[in-house]
Design a protein around this ligand. Structure first.
Ligand SMILES: Nc1ncnc2c1ncn2[C@@H]1O[C@H](COP(=O)(O)OP(=O)(O)OP(=O)(O)O)[C@@H](O)[C@H]1O
Length: 473
């Protein structure tokens, strides 16, 4: 993987920005941000809520991608399906890049590509650089919040985050510091009122879907990764919660004097959430419709005769303009009178972006940033083997103890079985025949106990699922 970094706003003559001055400013900014950013001020006491020196050094990850194509083999004949088509862009430290587009346009695929998590049936070409280098994302330097929440349903919010802190944070941090970091992160995500509520799942009502989303985010930001990928972080959240969660994500780094790069795919941001985005990557069928400052997207559409109606949420307008899934029902208003099919609107916008100065500026930025390679990202330490074993065993015991089916139901079965066997095999005597009966008894008990261990399988699968997701990160 590689990274790239650029200014937040490519020059655009039709946005009345002076290309040369903007470009100069950007070049200077690159030098500042591509190297490890210096904290503006040092905070006393490296507590759980703030950053330690190692973490600060690793902050400032610039991610760049150039001409990225992704295809997948599908069906029995392994037909090649194009998912991403020649995407170029960048994400820079201290900024939030939003990836938007209609459902199925390739938002998750782009995130997976950038995070190096593409499936085995896919083929990727193009260049992805981190801080100007082709390098793998080291442990702890990046985090990925997936669309699905993989959480242990029996744990409370506090326990889930605390166990995760014990597993992920290095042994150099004391238990208290880890706990403090976990509590701080829980408060950051506004979950303090739900800290003692069970997560819940099938059959057991626990926290809401939106709260689960926030717990997943909490767990991923515990290590303070320099690069944060979020796939639909606001799904299931109401508009106010979406705003607060996104605001906290967008301002996490600003609060702590560190520069975190955040890339989030998002479906339907409110106008307030939209204003939090620094840059916007708008996709349609795997092609770039727009890449640039979020604040200039509306003007880009207006300059192509797709003006946003007054009082309409800009993100709604952008998505409505390029959503062709319901093309037979929807037609776009062109200059108030004519209508054109959405496919044609997308073609106009894609071509307009390709030939725009904005696109040229993005290409230039990528070229400049690619040249400026800085130190490779260092792997962070997680908890040691023994501490991990201890935390996992404790967590597993809590999980089993609280799982009615896993622990208590099986205990009841064992007691009932013991009583039945005791009545059947009592007074065996000491004859030759009793030896055989004792053998049958032992065989029955051992095979029954072995068979019953299958009850632990669902819990094992749950653990494995979350482990696999973390390892992909
Ligand atoms: N590994 C894969 N194999 C085959 N097809 C894939 C693979 N990954 C993605 N696709 C296809 O690529 C397209 C884009 O998928 P992706 O999940 O990126 O969409 P999305 O924009 O994130 O959608 P949504 O917003 O609904 O989550 C879809 O048609 C999907 O079926």
């Amino acid at each position: 993987m590689a990274s790239l970094l650029s200014s937040n706003s490519p020059a655009l003559s039709h946005y009345e920005i002076n290309p040369s001055s903007r470009f100069e400013a950007t070049t200077l900014e690159i030098e500042e941000t591509c190297s490890a950013p210096k904290p503006k001020g040092t905070k006393g006491g490296e507590t759980s809520g703030s950053w330690n020196n190692n973490e600060r050094e690793e902050m400032g990850m610039c991610l760049t991608w150039k001409d990225v194509w992704v295809t997948a083999s599908v069906g029995k004949n392994e037909m090649s399906k194009s998912i991403l088509e020649g995407l170029t862009g960048y994400a820079k430290p201290g900024q939030l890049l939003a990836i938007m587009g209609p459902s199925g346009c390739g938002k998750s695929a782009l995130l997976d590509t950038l995070a190096g998590r593409l499936g085995s049936n896919t083929r990727q070409t193009g260049e992805i650089l981190i801080n100007g280098r082709k390098q793998a994302l080291a442990y702890g330097t990046s985090a990925y919040v997936t669309q699905d929440d993989t959480l242990l349903t029996t744990l409370t919010v506090g326990e889930a985050v605390h166990y995760s802190a014990q597993l992920q944070l290095p042994d150099t941090m004391s238990k208290e510091e880890k706990k403090e970091r976990a509590d701080f992160t829980i408060r950051e995500m506004g979950l303090q009122d739900a800290i003692n509520t069970r997560i819940g799942g099938w059959g057991v009502k626990g926290i809401s879907g939106g709260q689960k989303r926030r717990v997943s985010i909490c767990i991923e930001i515990l290590t303070r990764p320099g690069l944060l990928f979020l796939d639909e972080p606001t799904s299931g959240l109401d508009s106010a919660a979406s705003y607060y969660v996104m605001k906290r994500i967008a301002t996490l780094d600003k609060k702590d004097d560190v520069h975190r790069t955040v890339i989030a795919s998002i479906h339907q941001p409110s106008s307030e959430v939209f204003q939090l985005f620094d840059n916007l990557c708008l996709l349609s069928s795997g092609r770039t419709v727009y890449f640039g400052p979020a604040s200039a997207a509306k003007e880009f559409f207006a300059s192509n005769d797709f003006p946003c109606p007054p009082l309409m949420n800009p993100s709604d307008h952008l998505l409505k303009t390029i959503n062709k899934d319901f093309d037979q029902d929807t037609e776009l208003n062109l200059q108030g009178t004519e209508t054109i099919p959405t496919e044609e609107a997308i073609r106009i916008l894609v071509n307009s972006y390709k030939s725009s100065e904005m696109n040229q500026e993005v290409q230039k930025q990528v070229a400049i940033l690619t040249e400026k390679s800085t130190s490779s990202t260092n792997k962070r330490r997680h908890a040691g083997f023994l501490n991990q074993c201890f935390a996992l065993t404790k967590r597993s015991c809590v999980n089993m103890y609280r799982d009615l089916g896993y622990y208590w139901f099986r205990l009841a079965i064992y007691i009932a079985l013991a009583i039945s066997l005791a009545t059947i095999f009592c007074d065996l005597g000491s004859s030759y025949r009793s030896i055989q009966e004792r053998g049958s008894f032992l065989m029955f008990v051992s095979s029954f106990m072995t068979f019953m261990t299958i009850g632990g399988f669902p819990s094992f699968v749950e653990d494995m699922k979350s482990r696999c997701l973390n390892e992909k990160d």
